[in-house]
Design a protein around this ligand. Structure first.
Ligand code: FE2
Length: 241
């Protein structure tokens, strides 16, 4: 499996604090059957000031630590970019790391605020698409406005956004209502990829296998393969060649 959204780099955001914790998370991922992970540190101006250069350096440093310990996890990097008015400037300055390019679009993991959908965000989405950038929306099922009315996501999907749902949302980690919304999106065929959004070993480990089995059993193995392996490989596979 390929995990497209996880916080495995230490000291850069609300993921692990130390190298030991990073390595513990990587060992957990490997034991769970994850062979490739794209680390996605937060980029949120004034809160988490990461960028393409710093994320790339931290990712390469962690990869060296993994290799020296023979921990078989291949890392790539992107970022979980908070939707703010700074995005055009961040892109112009080359500060945003993308997953890769597919169908002529670079793919960017985009995070809405947790509480609401910012008015006018549809215009930013349109602007991104005009620039050849396709937003992959991070865990929309956990946005409170979407949870109240999932139809509010429809305009974003119709404009061309892809959706990344957090795997454990489907099995109830974020409550029954969130679970219902996640299942509804999946059943509508609106979900592009499932990812762990792993942050720590205790409450949010970088694991996928339990939900892979759940999806395979409930919806069929082909869909599980698509959401956990094939689509992530199509989006970010070039990072691992
Ligand atoms: Fe995240």
């Amino acid at each position: 499996m390929i995990d497209l959204h996880c916080h495995l780099l230490h000291g850069v955001d609300d993921g692990p604090d130390s190298l030991d914790e990073s390595l513990e998370l990587c060992r957990i991922a490997v034991a769970d059957g994850i062979g490739r992970a794209v680390v996605t540190p937060h980029i949120h101006p004034g809160r988490w000031d990461n960028d393409r250069l710093s994320a790339g350096q931290a990712c390469a440093a962690l990869q060296r630590e993994l290799d020296s310990r023979c921990i078989p996890l291949q890392l790539g990097f992107a970022a979980e970019v908070r939707l703010t008015e700074f995005i055009p400037e961040q892109i112009a300055e080359g500060h945003i790391p993308f997953y890769g390019e597919i169908g002529g679009f670079r793919v960017m993991l985009l995070e809405f605020p947790h509480g609401h959908l910012i008015p006018g965000s549809d215009r930013l989405i349109e602007w991104l698409l005009e620039q050849g950038i396709r937003p992959l929306l991070a865990h929309p099922e956990r946005n409170r406005q979407v949870m109240r009315d999932p139809a509010q996501l429809r305009p974003f999907i119709e404009r061309g956004c892809w959706l990344q749902v957090t795997a454990s949302s489907l099995t109830g980690q974020f409550g029954q209502h969130c679970r219902y919304v996640a299942c509804q999106l999946l059943e509508q065929g609106a979900v592009k990829v499932l990812a762990s959004d792993g942050h720590n070993a205790r409450t949010r480990p970088p694991v996928l296998s339990g939900v892979f089995d759940y999806v395979a059993q409930k919806y069929g193995r082909d869909l599980a393969q698509q959401l956990f392996v094939d689509e992530p490989a199509a989006i970010a596979g070039a990072q691992f060649r």
